[in-house]
Ligand binder design. Sequence first.
Ligand SMILES: Cc1cc2nc3c(=O)[nH]c(=O)nc-3n(C[C@H](O)[C@H](O)[C@H](O)COP(=O)(O)OP(=O)(O)OC[C@H]3O[C@@H](n4cnc5c(N)ncnc54)[C@H](O)[C@@H]3O)c2cc1C
Length: 499
Amino acid sequence: MRAGGGGAPGAAARELDLDAARARVREAGGEALLSRLEHLDAARRAAPGRAADRARPGPAPRAPDRGAAADYDVVIAGGGLSLLLAPLLAAAGLRVAVLDRARIGAAHREWNAGTAEIAALSASGLFAPAEVERLVVARYAEGLCRWHGGGTYPVRGVLDHAIDAAGLLAAARARAEALGVTLLDEHALVEHAEGPDAVALAVAEARAGAAIRGLSARLLVDARGAASPYATADLVCPTVGGVLTGLAEGDGERRIRPDVGEILATTEDVEEGRQHLWEAFPGRPGETTVYLFYYARAGDVGPGALLSLYGRFFRLLSRYKEGDARLVRPTFGFIPGWSRLSAAPRAPGRRVRLVGDAAARHSPLTFCGFGANVRELAATAADLARAVEDPGAPSTARDAPVHAGTGALAALMARPAGGARAGEMNALLDTAFAVLHAMGNDVYAALLRDEMQPADFVRFLRETAARRPEVYREVVGALPLRAIGRWGAGLVRELYRAR
Ligand SMILES: Cc1cc2nc3c(=O)[nH]c(=O)nc-3n(C[C@H](O)[C@H](O)[C@H](O)COP(=O)(O)OP(=O)(O)OC[C@H]3O[C@@H](n4cnc5c(N)ncnc54)[C@H](O)[C@@H]3O)c2cc1C
């Protein structure tokens, strides 16, 4: 893959971009991965409450009668990261099935995480510490955030481990199988109907001509990620890229250092209405995971967004990093984000629980869903086990206090000003990160790890506004008054709780 250095292309060039992007994803990942990308892209068309997989006609499931027996205690629909829940539930003595429209545990992801997440993987009881250690393929001395036209801000103790995502999910799959979990590869959940004691599921097999079949569970766990019809979070982060070889190593902004993770970096101002961001995480020797992404309001991102972002990725990669880059493993997805300024995604019934990206309880600023879900893994499994017996039991998960503050910042980034003001986003980010850096590594790292205390967050806002008073106009211009009110109220609530 060779990347050029141009800016925004015209319509014909854009079509070429898309064809070339399609060909490159197919070449590196195969036909099945390309169709996974196209399915995700097409799913943006589905209206909320309608599953993207409801394409084939079939009988709608009938809600089970009171007292009806169920095939399983728990069915987990979606075998991505949430597959990790299956062996924990089975170990608690529950009858568990996992189904996925593709192969279960075949991640099209690469994950970076910090020490807390590494520890949580073994604390959950799922893996021994030595097994987790073997899944860490790289560690960094530091990470950095760098803004176009601004500075570079190093930070320690954040996203400083690269995890072998495929190895992690393969190990979880093996553990689930050993504990008797039923694994239904290439089975999509298309619909469900809830009764008082069980949920009936309509499931479509991927093979051509296969009929829709029925299953039932006492609890349905919706782990379909962004493709869930209940994934109604107001923000989304389209992300594309993957594992590359051939990037130039060494010092300098356009080279990779194997002991440094690039957490956030921009290479230009707002273009095509978006502030694009890059990240680069070295993995196994000679390999680096590079992503291009942007923050958007969920309603602003339509079908085809990932493929078109891949077009930009291939065209502009050389603006970010030098070298003879070759894509060896494409990874991509829409990561939902909930700003906390609007209603949270909600399950449609008492016997349905949303987990992972469908629930979007991770940070709306970093979108680190892997980290957030792994930290909560044992607690989530315990909540689900309780919900099988008592579907009305409230979840014990507590939202990290800092999310009450960061969602508004993400909402601000989701509709950046263009035209003559296209440089404002970088200027704001540069000021904000200069302030964080000056507040010290503990505070800076705490924000990126979802651990910042509300009082520190308010200090961070005040100091950013003192250095860049235009931020008041930018906030008022980007957010409706009601959202600003909710933001303020959320912050006051968390400040009060923290006292
Ligand atoms: C490219 C990329 C890189 C990322 N990197 C990081 C990182 O470095 N660190 C971090 O903390 N987080 C990262 N994340 C976020 C993290 O991957 C997600 O938060 C996490 O995977 C969410 O887990 P999940 O189980 O909810 O959904 P997913 O892991 O997305 O799994 C959803 C599954 O549902 C299946 N599915 C969809 N529709 C149906 C259906 N109808 N029936 C059955 N199955 C269905 C899909 O095939 C898929 O396997 C990244 C995300 C992306 C997209």
